[in-house]
Design a protein around this ligand. Structure first.
Ligand SMILES: C[S@@+](CC[C@H](N)C(=O)[O-])C[C@H]1O[C@@H](n2cnc3c(N)ncnc32)[C@H](O)[C@@H]1O
Length: 336
């Protein structure tokens, strides 16, 4: 059984084969813990380093890919999808000859990781959350305020998301724009997924995320790694992720269309995307003022329910469904 799933993995990841999600879905990890999965990753590194030849590229098994070329990264260090192993590992893209490493317990897989002179400034809606003060306050009152706009609250939102994620149970979940990790911790603790990757662009949110994780042994020991990345450039191979969650995030992204295209790319066939955001209109907004509602208000990018559906379906996602309460929308869509 184990060898047959290994064979499947090898076959699915051969670089000379077309990377069609439909024909070669990524094997599920429900019964395969990441340590054994990643032992193969480290053997690949060993083969690579010892012989200088790429004996069996399919052995790499690394879930992180280069944000420049999307080739799986080569890991040097302890195996496993856990905070310690990833923190103590170095990652390298053989193609781009670029190295990536962890800083303060998160692995920096942004395009700008390690740059000395160039500094990228994103739109205000992204930059705001990089602030240490906002990151500190986020789970200490800021997020709770969303309830006034119709957000049902963390526990209820988690339950709703888990329902949508049923087809992805046992797989790898990426919590894109995780903030301080309020949902990542719940996903990790639920035991529903083989691995959870809290991912955010904000270094300070990821530090908060780590501080909260440290306080909960069950989460600390979970198959989990903190990653810094831009939602428009996700560091995963195409068709390699089972579930993507993006709570209260779409209105903060510099380009929702780039982000949803990128989420679609990384999802495997049958993989599920669940997001929440604030809508530009509430169901009770009088029709007479609809044309005057700005898409960009208070620096955020608020879409309508129809625009969100349009974006998802134009990227090829199907089974679109949504729940709306005042300005809150939770939507879900699936990769065919
Ligand atoms: C309002 S918070 C949502 C946090 C959490 N998911 C929740 O449900 O409360 C929005 C998050 O989006 C992140 N973000 C903004 N722009 C991003 C980008 N380009 N790539 C990844 N994350 C981004 C911010 O850093 C922030 O943590």
């Amino acid at each position: 059984m184990a060898s047959s799933s290994m064979h499947q993995l090898s076959f699915a990841r051969h670089p000379l084969l077309p990377r069609t999600c439909r024909l070669q879905p990524r094997p599920r990890f429900s019964s395969v813990r990441f340590p054994s999965f990643s032992v193969r990753a480290s053997s690949a590194v060993a083969v690579e380093l010892d012989t200088g030849t790429q004996k069996d590229p399919t052995l790499d098994g690394e879930i992180f890919s280069c944000p420049i070329c999307y080739e799986p990264l080569i890991r040097r260090g302890p195996s496993g999808l856990n905070l310690e192993a990833v923190y103590r590992s170095g990652f390298k893209c053989k193609k781009c000859n670029k190295s990536y490493s962890s800083k303060n317990n998160f692995l920096d897989l942004t395009l700008t990781a390690g740059l000395r002179d160039y500094v990228e400034v994103k739109p205000a809606r992204t930059e705001l959350f990089r602030s240490p003060v906002v990151s500190f306050l986020y789970e200490r009152g800021w997020r709770q305020n969303f309830n006034q706009s119709g957000f049902p609250g963390q526990d209820e939102e988690f339950k709703m998301a888990q329902e949508y994620f049923k087809p992805a149970e046992g797989g790898l979940l990426v919590d894109v724009s995780c903030g301080s990790g309020l949902f990542s911790r719940k996903f990790a603790k639920s035991g529903t997924y083989s691995g959870v990757i809290p991912l955010d662009y904000s270094e300070n949110m990821l530090r908060q995320c780590y501080d909260f994780i440290k306080q909960d042994d069950a989460v600390l020991k979970a198959n989990l790694a903190l990653v810094r990345a831009d939602v428009s450039r996700l560091p995963f191979s195409s068709c390699s992720v089972d579930a993507v969650h993006a709570g209260a995030a779409l209105h903060c992204w510099p380009s929702p269309s780039n982000a949803i295209a990128e989420i679609t790319r990384v999802l495997r066939s049958g993989g599920v995307f669940v997001g929440t955001t604030f809508l530009r209109y509430t169901p009770s907004t009088p029709w007479i003022i609809l044309p005057f509602r700005q898409r960009t208000a208070q620096n955020y990018s608020y879409l309508t329910a129809e625009e969100i559906e349009d974006l998802c379906t134009s990227c090829g996602l199907t089974n679109y469904t949504r729940k709306i309460q005042q300005s809150f929308i939770m939507f879900s869509a699936q990769k065919p």
